[in-house]
Write a protein that binds this ligand. Structure first.
Ligand SMILES: Nc1nc2c(ncn2[C@@H]2O[C@H](COP(=O)(O)OP(=O)(O)OP(=O)(O)O)[C@@H](O)[C@H]2O)c(=O)[nH]1
Ligand SMILES: [Mg+2]
Length: 383
C-alpha cells in the first residue's frame, strides 16, 4: 500500500482533539487532515508527523465555529470545496471522524458526497452526544447521523456514553472526556494500522474495498470494539472482553452475534503465536453464528512490547434479510436468548437495524420521509 492510499479526516473541534491523540499515540504516522471552521481550535494543535490542518468557510464564519448551526457547516464546506479537495488528494480510502452535536459536522455529508464523486471509498466513525448533553444536541446529532450514514460507504455510529466506564462517571469531567477520546482514538488507530501495515495474513485496503463492494452502496452499518492486553493468556482475556463488550450491545441487542460479516484485526509483535490466532478466531466464529464470513487481518504494529491488540468490526450487510434471522437478545442475567423475529409485512430492501432507531420519524402522506427514497421505492442501487 502507498502512504497516499489511506487518509484520516477529522471534522470539527472534538474530532480534531481525537485526531491529535491518534497522531501522538499511533505506532506509525497515518496521513491525517483536520478540517474545522474554528481557527482557535487549530491554533491549539501541536504539530505531529503526517498531520495537517485546514480552516474552511472563513468567508462566512471569519475563522469561528458555527455556534451549533449545521447548515452553516455544510455551507462553509461548499464555499471551500476546491481548497478541501486539493488537501485531500487522491486516497483510495478515507477514514472520516466527526463528533455530532455541534454545527461543523453539518459539513460531513457534503464532504462524503465530494469524496464519493472523486471515487474515494469512505469509512465514517460518527459519535452520538452524551445523554447529559440534552435534547437539542441529540436532535441535531440524530439528523446528522442519518445523513452521514447514507452518504458513507461504511458507517460506525458510536454513542459517547458507550465509551465511558462506570468508574469514569465519578472522575473529573476533563479526565473522563480525555478517557473517552483516548478509547475512540485507540480503536481508530488499530483499524488504520491494520490496513496500512498488514503482515502475515493481510487485510489491506483492497480487501476492505472488496468487503464494501458487497453492500448496496449506502452506509454499510457496523459496530466495533477493541482491546489491548498482555500476559500469557492475553488472547483468551481479549476474546472474553470483546465478546462481552457493551459496545456491541446498544439497546441490549448483541450486534456481534447478529453480524453478517466480521473482521478480526490482530496487532502484535514477533511474539504473536498461531494458537492465539486460533483462540480468537474460534471464539469469534462460535459467537457469530449468523456471520457469512469471519475475516482475519494481522499487523506487526503492536502498541507496546508484549501487548496484543484486537479490534473487531461487526458489519450488518444491508442486503441481508435480518427479519428471517434469529436476533440474539440479552436476558437480564446477561445470558443470550435467541428470538426469531416475525417477518415484516412489506419486504424492504436494505433493512438496517440501527440507522433509524430513536428517531422521531417524519410521516407525510403516509410515507416515512426519514427512510431513504431508494428504500421507500424499493430501488436497488448499483455501484
Ligand atoms: N470526548 C469528547 N467529546 C467532546 C468534547 N467536546 C465536545 N465533544 C462532543 O462533540 C460534539 C460536537 O462538539 P464540537 O466538536 O465541539 O462541535 P463542532 O463540530 O466543532 O461544531 P461547532 O463548534 O458547533 O461549529 C459534542 O456535542 C460532544 O458530544 C471533548 O472534549 N471530548
Ligand atoms: Mg467547533
Amino acid at each position: 500500500m502507498k502512504v497516499e492510499d489511506l487518509l484520516f479526516i477529522a471534522v470539527g473541534g472534538a474530532a480534531a482533539t481525537i485526531a491529535r491523540q491518534i497522531a501522538e499515540d499511533a505506532p506509525a504516522p497515518m496521513r491525517t487532515l483536520i478540517l474545522d471552521t474554528d481557527d482557535a481550535v487549530l491554533q491549539t494543535l501541536t504539530p505531529a508527523a503526517g498531520l495537517s490542518a485546514t480552516i474552511f468557510g472563513a468567508k462566512r464564519l471569519a475563522g469561528r465555529g458555527t455556534g451549533g448551526d449545521r447548515s452553516l457547516g455544510s455551507g462553509a464546506l461548499r464555499d471551500d470545496a476546491a481548497l478541501v479537495l486539493s488537501q485531500i488528494g487522491t486516497p483510495r480510502l478515507a477514514i472520516v471522524l466527526t463528533c455530532c452535536g455541534g454545527g461543523t459536522s453539518g459539513a460531513v455529508p457534503c464532504l462524503l458526497e465530494m469524496l464519493r464523486n472523486q471515487g474515494v471509498a469512505t469509512m465514517t466513525f460518527a459519535t452520538e452526544p452524551f445523554a447529559f448533553e440534552g435534547a437539542d444536541r441529540r436532535q441535531c446529532a440524530t439528523v446528522m447521523l442519518n445523513a452521514i450514514a447514507s452518504a458513507s460507504d461504511a458507517f460506525a455510529r458510536v454513542p459517547l456514553d458507550s465509551l465511558l466506564s462506570e468508574a469514569q462517571l465519578s472522575r473529573p469531567a476533563d479526565e473522563a472526556f480525555r478517557a473517552v477520546a483516548q478509547r475512540l482514538a485507540a480503536g481508530i488507530t488499530l483499524f488504520g494500522s491494520l490496513l496500512a501495515h498488514p503482515a502475515f495474513i493481510a487485510f489491506d485496503i483492497e480487501r476492505f474495498l472488496r468487503l464494501l463492494s458487497g453492500s448496496s452502496g449506502s452506509g454499510l452499518p457496523c459496530t466495533f470494539a477493541d482491546i489491548t492486553c498482555s500476559g500469557a493468556d492475553r488472547a483468551e482475556v481479549a476474546l472474553q472482553a470483546l465478546l462481552s463488550s457493551p459496545r456491541f450491545r446498544p439497546e441490549g441487542v448483541d450486534r456481534l452475534a447478529n453480524a453478517t460479516q466480521v473482521l478480526v484485526g490482530v496487532l502484535a509483535g514477533d511474539d504473536l503465536r498461531l494458537c492465539e490466532l486460533g483462540t480468537l478466531m474460534e471464539g469469534v466464529r462460535e459467537h457469530c453464528r449468523e456471520a457469512r464470513e469471519v475475516l482475519l487481518g494481522t499487523s506487526r504494529l503492536a502498541p507496546a512490547e508484549g501487548a496484543l491488540s484486537v479490534v473487531v468490526i461487526a458489519f450488518s450487510l444491508p442486503g441481508a434479510d435480518i427479519a428471517e434471522k434469529p436476533e440474539v437478545l440479552l436476558s437480564e442475567g446477561g445470558k443470550k436468548a435467541s428470538k426469531r423475529k416475525t417477518a415484516r409485512s412489506t419486504p424492504q430492501l436494505g433493512v438496517v437495524k440501527d440507522r433509524f432507531n430513536d428517531v422521531e420519524h417524519t410521516i407525510y402522506h403516509g410515507q416515512d420521509l426519514d427512510e431513504p427514497t431508494y428504500r421507500r421505492r424499493g430501488i436497488r442501487l448499483n455501484r
